[in-house]
Structures are given as C-alpha cells and as structure tokens.
Design a protein around this ligand. Structure first.
Ligand code: SAH
Length: 464
C-alpha cells in the first residue's frame, strides 16, 4: 500500500486551493461537504465559485497565490490545470507546511483524494493509487446502489442510542441488537417515515434487553483451498458472526481478512512434520471459548471432513454438551482437478475415485495398492509430497504401469498455482526437482486435459 487511507478532521481547519476552472470546481464540490474553512485563489474564477463566495461557503481571493498564502493550511490543492503554475503554487504551499495535492499529478502529490460514497456520517473512500480510475468509479457506483440513501439518517439516530444500548452485555448481544437495527428494524421503520425510527429503536432495545443470551457454539467450517471466492456463503456468514476463529496453517490471509475485525484469531497451524499445537490443546481451546458463550468458528482448510481430524474435535465439544455443526467446503481434490481441466470420475475410465493420504500419524499410510495398481484407477493423494517414493514403490510392486500419468498441483486455486505433469516412474525425481514448498495434491491416474489433447492430436507418423 503506497497510499494509506485516513479520515482527516476538518472542523475549523484551513484548506487552500489555487485555481478557478473545471478542476477547481470538481474539487471544491467535494471539499464543500467538509467542515473546513475553504480559501480559494483564482484570478479569473468560475461564476459558480463566485456564488459560493457570496454565500460565504468559501473565501475567494481574486488573484494568483503568493508566498505565505497557505500558512496554517492542512491541505493544499493545486488546480490551475497548468503544469508551471501548479508547480509554483505547490512549492509555495509546501513551504508553508501544507500537504500538497496537484490535480492529475500523482507523482508530485503528497496525498490523493479518493472517490467517495457519502452517507454522512458513513463515508466510504475508494482508491486505486491512480492505477484504475474506471474501477474506482465502478466500485463507487456499485456501493451507491447498495447503501440505502437513508443510511445517514439511520446512523445519526443510532448514534444517539449508543449510551442506552451499552446496557446490553458487550459482544454478541450488543452486536445482534445493532445488526437488527441497521439491517432489519431500522430500514423498515425508516420506510414508515423518519419519525417512526426512535420508537422502533426503543422497542427493539427493550426486546433485546429482555431476551435470553445465545449459548456458545462451534461451527466446523471448511475454508476451501485458499481462494476466498471458493468459500461458501455459509462459511462467509459464519466468519462474519464469529467471536473466535481458530484456524489452521493452510488458511490464507485473504480468508482471515473476512473475519470480523474484533474477532479473536487463534492460529493453531500444524506443519506437516514440524512443530504443532497439540490436538488436545485445540480441543481444549474449542471447549473453553464455547463455554464462555462465544460463537466459535473452527476454520479448516478445504473440507473439514477430509483428513481434518474433525471427529476428535467434535467428540471433545459434544462431551461438554456444546452445540456444533459442520459447514462443508471445497476440498483440495476438487480445486486441483478443476485446475487441470479434468473430471474426478469419467464414464469408461473410472467410476470411483479414492482420496488417500500419503502419510498418517504413524508414518506412511498403507492402502489397497493392488486395487489401485489396476489400469484406469484414479486417486487424489493428500499430503503426498514426502511419501512420493513410498507410494511409487508400492504401486510398481503391485504391477502398476510405469507410464501411468501422475499430476501434482501445488497451491491449487491460488494465484501461485503450479502444475507438474509427470508419470509414475518419474514422479519422485520430478517432484524433487520442482522443489514445491506450498501444499500440493497428487493425482494418480490423471494428466492435465491440455496434455492429453496435445498427445492425441499428434499425427500418427510422428508417434511411429
Ligand atoms: N481438509 C483439507 C485437507 C487437509 S490435509 C481438504 O479438504 O483439502 C492437507 C493437505 O491437503 C495438503 O498436504 C495438500 O495435500 C492438500 N491441500 C490443501 N490445500 C491445498 C491446495 N490449495 N492445493 C493443493 N493441495 C492442497
């Protein structure tokens, strides 16, 4: 982030602008929304600026800027639309100690003005660091549509109830009340007229003050393979409502960002073979937080029911009579197979698919190798990097074809996804060479579709 957004206090502060044309008008329209003292320097001001001056909404000096004119100004806008004049006024203002913005000159500006969605006191600022003004405008238009015009009034009335609402216990109870107000009761009352808002808010507070507290609960949520867009709507909502999020190592920062800002975030990341938070400790954390009344999200990568030690955690929670439920997620095999454009099952090839783990708690995991070694079998191997040589050995020993396609997908669904297409015989060597450090899923019996197509399109004489 080269530019950090902040909200500047403007009451009683001075903002100076040089310029009297279109660019000046555009900036002034925005600045007139603030409580700042606006001072404009323009030898030939637009009539609109003169009208604003007559209405005492700003102070107009009908001359070019001179040294000292920006003294005690917090911000300065160079809006003369003339590079030489802008450079001159910007230097004067900078010498006076103001933060300087030159209109349409990102390079020489100390700050930039975001696109704004104004539902005062709710303000949304949108910036792209000058990279994509079109995008900023599109986001603004989208938000303008989404945020009701009544939001400002709703917020102003809500503010006067803040103290009263403090009678509700901190945390969930208070949050539920405000959520109800802003998203259900408030807008409904507004529709009946602004006068209906206060009585509705009073009733709502009474309802919330007299209702029973919600008990603690644990949601076992599948966080998917890493791409936040592959979260289910239910997962998003659970994150949105969580008081505590207990998450694994493979959960990406982009997903953690979606949790409520006040939620307690607990990292219990387990390295493949490395140090880990013990399962007992994780179980204890779940019980402790749920018993204190928290809505806990136990966020696991992929689908929580696939190689996730889910049952141990459910047993721990259930043993304490704590309510729980599972929110399914997209497992790594689904994301990885999508990444290579293939199907997990296919008529006339494989009518079943196995999900296996390369190693379990006791070491390399054993499987029905003889069944898997038959032609056209497909298996998704989780945690299969370290066990590649072992798996290869077992399959070859049971008669698998050395040329069986094997594909390893690292960081499936993420921007740094990598695909290694190889064969059973070359797997360990190619895997070592590829030096994969991210989570990787190995498909036994599947090649990327592109590779298969290229091979079948090769003319026969070339194959001969
Ligand atoms: N519950 C998870 C699996 C947990 S075991 C799920 O359903 O996906 C961890 C293993 O999952 C990793 O070793 C790797 O084999 C696989 N995995 C998880 N995320 C992955 C990703 N984004 N890309 C490739 N493999 C992944």
């Amino acid at each position: 982030m080269d530019h950090f957004p902040i909200f500047l206090a403007t009451r009683g502060q001075r903002i100076v602008l040089s310029g009297g044309g279109e660019a000046a008008l555009a900036k002034l329209r925005l600045l007139l929304k603030t409580s700042a003292d606006l001072i404009v320097f323009a030898a030939t001001p637009d009539p609109q600026i003169e009208r604003w001056a007559d209405e005492a909404r700003l102070t107009l000096h009908r001359r070019a800027m001179a040294p000292g004119d920006a003294r005690e100004a917090k911000l300065f806008y160079a809006a003369d639309e003339d590079a030489t004049e802008d450079a001159r006024t910007a230097a004067l203002a900078a010498a006076d100690g103001a933060l300087v913005n030159i209109v349409d000159n990102l390079q020489d500006s100390a700050f930039i003005t975001p696109a704004i969605v104004d539902r005062d006191p709710v303000t949304v600022a949108i910036g792209t660091e000058g990279a994509a003004p079109v995008l900023a405008r599109a986001i603004k238009a989208d938000l303008e549509e989404r945020l009701p015009a009544s939001l400002g009034a709703l917020t102003r009335v809500g503010k006067t109830f803040r103290k009263l609402a403090d009678a509700l216990p901190m945390g969930r109870a208070r949050r539920d009340f405000w959520r109800d107000y802003y998203f259900t009761t408030g807008p409904r009352a507004m529709a009946a007229g602004a006068d209906a808002l206060r009585p509705a808010l009073r009733d709502l507070l009474h309802t919330h003050l007299t209702r029973d507290a919600r008990p603690g609960h644990v949601a076992f949520v599948g966080g998917g393979p890493g791409d936040p867009e592959l979260l289910t709507l239910k997962a998003r909502r659970a994150l949105d409502e969580a008081d505590v999020v207990i998450y694994d190592r493979l959960i990406t920062p982009a997903i953690l960002e979606l949790a409520r800002r006040e939620a307690l975030m607990i990292d219990v990341g387990k390295e493949g073979f490395g140090p880990s938070t013990s399962q007992e400790h994780i179980n204890a954390l779940l019980v402790e937080h749920a018993q204190s009344g928290a809505q806990v999200v136990r966020l696991k990568s992929g689908d929580a029911t696939v190689f996730g030690r889910l049952d141990e955690e459910i047993d721990a929670v259930a043993a304490h009579d704590i309510g729980w439920h599972i929110v399914p997620g997209i497992t790594a095999a689904s994301a990885a197979v999508a990444g290579i454009g293939q199907s997990l099952t296919r008529r006339d090839r494989n009518s079943s698919v196995r999900f296996l783990t390369g190693h379990d708690m006791k070491g390399f995991a054993d499987h029905d190798w003889a069944a898997l070694a038959r032609p056209n079998e497909v298996a998704a191997i989780y945690m299969g990097k370290k066990s590649a040589r072992f798996v290869q050995g077992r399959l070859l020993m049971h008669g698998a074809d050395r040329t069986t396609p094997v594909t390893v997908i690292e960081n499936a669904s993420r921007p740094d996804q990598r695909v290694l297409a190889t064969t059973l015989s070359a797997l360990p060597r190619d895997l070592t060479e590829a030096n994969m450090t991210g989570p990787a899923l190995t498909f036994y019996g599947l090649a990327p579709r592109a590779a298969v197509q290229a091979a079948t399109e090769t003319p026969l004489e070339e194959l001969a």
